[in-house]
Design a binder for this molecule. Structure first.
Ligand code: B12
Length: 171
């Protein structure tokens, strides 16, 4: 699934949204897309089960303002650890803001989750949203702008962060 709305580029630039190779869930991606479009970004949603190499090539081609990786099947931690270095290995993407979020693991232990988030940051992500809500991404984007307005420029490698939430899940 690659959505390409017609019309001129959005003023805040292009965000690539993608899931990871193992993850078939879709509505998390759609929700993130709607929120970011509402904030004024042009969104390229690559959809679920995206092979690492395809994501890398799409990002090199499109040079996005930011890359948002979303995974909820519980393998996001493993997939993310493998994926981030592959993106960062391309000089064109070495400084591109890169975040990951969703239900990234199946661990209950907060300390272990913190350790995993730290490992994802170490692997190359700028921010990790473990079990957070999609609106936390909007807050993150707005946080660098003193006027409180959304700003794609505010996300940078200099400010690694982890955001942990307490979203409920149903079996
Ligand atoms: C629908 C569904 C499916 C459908 C998906 C259909 C489709 N086309 O999307 C099907 C049946 C295919 C499926 C399969 C599986 N599923 Co499923 N699925 C769900 C379910 C019921 C809803 C997911 C959904 O659409 N939510 C709606 C969206 C809008 O919300 P969300 O996904 O929660 O995303 C929110 C946050 O995570 C966050 N977020 C997400 N990404 C990001 C990124 C950033 C940057 C930020 C800030 C926030 C963020 O924002 C969103 C809104 O708040 C959930 C349970 C639940 N109620 O959540 C299980 C669930 C996600 N599935 C689960 C599992 C285990 C599986 C399977 C492995 C089951 C199996 N054994 O086969 C497979 C995996 C298949 C695969 N290869 O990925 C588990 C994951 C466990 C975990 N991570 O802890 C869940 C949580 C169920 C459970 N309680 O165990 N699933």
């Amino acid at each position: 699934m690659v959505n390409e709305p017609a019309g001129p580029p959005a003023p805040r630039g292009t965000v690539v949204i993608s899931s990871v190779a193992s993850d078939a869930h879709t509505w998390n991606l759609v929700l993130l897309q709607l929120l970011l479009e509402e904030m004024g970004y042009h969104v390229v949603n690559l959809g679920p089960c995206v092979p690492d190499a395809l994501l890398v090539e799409e990002c090199v081609l499109r040079r996005p303002t930011m890359v948002v990786v979303s995974s909820i099947n519980g393998h996001g931690y493993t997939d993310g650890l493998r994926l981030a270095p592959r993106l960062r290995a391309r000089p064109e993407l070495a400084a591109t803001p890169l975040v990951i979020g969703g239900k990234l693991d199946v661990v209950e232990d907060a300390a272990e989750r913190d350790r995993q988030s730290a490992a994802l940051l170490e692997a190359g992500f700028d921010a990790v949203f473990a079990d957070a809500h999609a609106t936390d991404l909007c807050r993150y984007l707005r946080s660098g702008d003193s006027a409180g307005q959304p700003s794609g420029q505010s996300v940078g490698r200099a400010a690694p962060r982890t955001v942990a939430g307490a979203q409920g899940t149903t079996p």
